[in-house]
Ligand binder design. Structure first.
Ligand code: URA
Length: 277
């Protein structure tokens, strides 16, 4: 006789969930992506018509197949970022912005903008907030952030940095942010760079380096080299160096010497007096 399997008890389900949480599974992801725009859960507010056309062109030029069309949200981000005249109002504009899908999909608590000096000569740009950053509202405060802080202290940079990310909401399950998510946050990031006016950028991790520099190479080939970062409008240019992500260094401690070498090269340039024009 074919006995059908007994339905799992509540206790068995609870025990399985507890096991998963302990193993680090803190969010449920489906194998197949759900189009939440289509499903009506995420509806970006309507953009102003002229900016929308520009944004659509930009997004379609760079978005990959399968990524959502975020042209309207990008136009809104551009308009909101342009209005912010100081870093505090920019932080408020980001917190109020409803156009990034991560706000609904990954973030449990809040937008995570930046920490550090608002007139820093060095701006550090990571990939995106994780669970601890989402809980505390500050970037790089988990284990990876603590390692980053120790490295900055050893290089004498602690009080000379502003630390932020390419996206301001936690991607679900700490996955890498998509190019579309990074693009919708980019107007805010570029406005932050314009307001802070750092001398140099440090791009932490492959997802940050690739999206900021529009390069395809992996981080192991990009790290330790100088590139010229250019804003979307082309009116701002800064030297930028990619380096290894501290989360990678936690998994591969032998790579720390390469990240340290990058930090020393960067510090040397930061301390170099500007040549008179
Ligand atoms: N990793 C990042 O890239 N950014 C953070 O803020 C934390 C971890």
């Amino acid at each position: 006789m074919n006995a059908s399997p007994a339905a799992p008890t509540d206790a068995a389900i609870e025990s399985l969930l507890a096991f998963w949480v302990e193993a680090g599974v803190d969010s449920m992801l489906l194998d197949v992506a759900v189009d939440r725009v289509e499903a009506g859960k995420f509806v970006p507010p309507a953009p102003p018509p002229r900016l929308a056309a520009v944004a659509q062109a930009q997004v379609h030029a760079q978005a990959r197949p399968g990524q959502p069309d975020i042209g309207g949200a990008l136009a809104q981000a551009q308009a909101a970022a342009a209005q912010a005249q100081d870093i505090a109002s920019l932080a408020e504009a980001i917190a109020a912005f409803e156009g990034c899908p991560l706000r609904y999909e990954g973030a449990a608590r809040q937008a995570v903008v930046w920490r550090g000096r608002i007139d820093a000569p060095l701006m550090i740009i990571g990939e995106g907030p994780g669970a601890e950053e989402d809980a505390k509202g500050q970037p790089f405060v988990g284990r990876a952030g603590q390692l980053l802080d120790r490295m900055l202290a050893a290089a004498g940079l602690t009080d000379r940095v502003l630390i932020t990310n390419t996206v301001f909401w936690r991607p679900p399950g700490n996955r890498t942010p998509t190019l579309a998510e990074q693009m919708v946050c980019l107007p805010f990031l570029e406005r932050a760079i314009a307001l802070v006016r750092p001398k140099l950028l440090l791009l932490v991790g492959g997802a940050s380096a690739k999206s900021m520099l529009k390069r395809e190479e992996g981080i192991l080939s990009l790290r330790g080299r100088w590139f010229e970062w250019r804003s979307t409008t082309g009116d701002l240019e800064l030297p930028a160096m990619p380096t290894l992500h501290p989360a990678f260094l936690l998994r591969q401690p032998a790579a720390k010497k390469r990240a340290w070498a990058d930090l020393l090269t960067l510090t040397e340039r930061l301390d170099r007096p500007d040549r008179p024009a």
